[in-house]
Design a protein around this ligand. Structure first.
Ligand SMILES: *Cc1c(COP(=O)(O)O)cnc(C)c1O
Length: 372
């Protein structure tokens, strides 16, 4: 059976993990800074801090730019829930604004309209690996935190890699991401001050020169292990190959699904922006019935999932903030029709054809009798 996602893991990863195991230093060892330096170099960032997850990276990034109690952070409702939750960790409020219908990223004009005197930061998400319009957000003159958890390998039109603009940018290494450390994350940073603060806060608030005797601020345990960092170093060496493979699989999907006019495919790169391929998400025709389509695909042995549901319409956000349908029409329309198809670097052209044929046949049946 074709999986929805699958990491590329080989004997190099096994050897790297074994080496750390045998060294006896499983955490706070040399692989962590080695991984940080290699990652920073890969995206062109001055600094990087390895942490235990993408969510932890977002949390520490928001603290680094000064987000605190009662502040507002303008962000996208079309994202994984972690980008909004991280704002709530600091008792600040995520203020959503609608998305651009082509890129599915936070719309800079809508974001600008949502800014108030309480706005402390803008949190754009590079959704599905497509670069958010950072130059437009940079003109808004507010601190920026980037959710780059889906965008490793993406490049902005001006040639700067996502994560390399100097704003705190969060990456995640869950096994479905472009590279994995099992669980893990990385925060790329433009300033040495941010790096020092983040390194301290991920490690219980310990100052770098203070040993374990004193802790001069509140901290967390958001450390990444040496085991995970060793895995990350090997995955970084494979990254170019894995990104190329993802782009190739996306190309096969485009060809295989080109005949289906009513199906909207991921937007093509435009204006010099380059996507870092993460998922292959199609938007179904409005009357196809997303959940029934997913069930019909599953009955044919093809996994797929609604991706992503709108954050403001999740029960926790509805209850806490009184959100309801109709607030962000573009996001809601896209969220109701989006389906992630199986997508991973080692996917074969034959597997892509199998998924495409199943989708084609399910949709033709459903569109012929949409009420069944
Ligand atoms: C994966 C992801 C995260 C969170 O990463 P974790 O490592 O699972 O904490 C945050 N935001 C987006 C958009 C993601 O896709």
């Amino acid at each position: 059976m074709i999986p929805l996602a699958r990491a590329v893991l080989g004997t190099e990863e096994e050897a790297a993990i074994l080496e750390v195991l045998r060294s006896g230093q499983l955490s706070l060892g040399p692989r962590v800074p080695a991984f940080e330096q290699a990652f920073a170099a890969r995206v062109g960032a001055p600094h990087a801090s390895a942490v235990s997850s993408g969510t932890a990276a977002l949390h520490l990034a928001l603290r680094a730019v000064g987000v605190a109690d009662g502040d507002e952070v303008v962000t996208s409702p079309f994202s994984f829930v972690a980008s909004a939750n991280a704002v709530l960790f600091e008792r600040a409020r995520p203020v959503f604004a609608d998305i651009d219908p082509r890129t599915l990223n936070l719309d800079p004009e809508a974001a600008a309209a949502a800014v108030t005197e309480r706005t402390r930061a803008i949190l754009p998400v590079h959704i599905f690996g497509y670069p958010a319009d950072l130059p437009a957000f940079e003109r808004m003159d507010l601190p920026i935190v980037e959710d780059a958890c889906e965008a490793l390998g993406a490049v902005h039109a001006d040639g700067v890699k996502v994560g390399g603009r100097g704003h705190p940018a969060a990456f995640g290494f869950y096994p479905n991401k472009q590279m994995t450390t099992g669980e893990g994350g990385m925060l790329t940073l433009g300033s040495a001050e941010h790096k020092e603060r983040v390194d301290s806060e991920r490690n219980q608030g310990r100052a770098p020169d203070m040993g374990w005797l004193d802790h001069d601020r509140l901290g967390f345990n958001y450390r990444l292990t040496d085991l995970a960092s060793a895995l990350g170093l090997v995955q970084l060496q494979r990254l170019d190959g894995m990104l190329e493979a993802r782009a190739r699989v996306a190309g096969w999907y485009r060809e295989a699904l080109a005949g289906f006019e009513e199906l909207e495919l991921p937007c093509e790169d435009a204006g010099g922006d380059v996507r870092g391929w993460f998922v292959f998400v199609v938007q179904l025709p409005r009357h196809a019935g997303r959940d029934d389509t997913i069930r019909a695909l599953s009955a044919r042995g093809i996994p797929s999932k609604p991706y992503m549901p709108a954050i403001h319409l999740m029960s926790f956000y509805r209850e806490r903030f009184g959100h309801r349908e109709g607030e962000f029409p573009v996001c809601e329309d896209v969220a109701a029709r989006s389906v992630a198809l199986p997508f991973f670097p080692e996917m074969t052209e034959g597997q892509v054809a199998e998924v495409a044929e199943a989708l084609d046949s399910v949709l033709r049946t459903r569109l012929a009798s949409p009420t069944t």
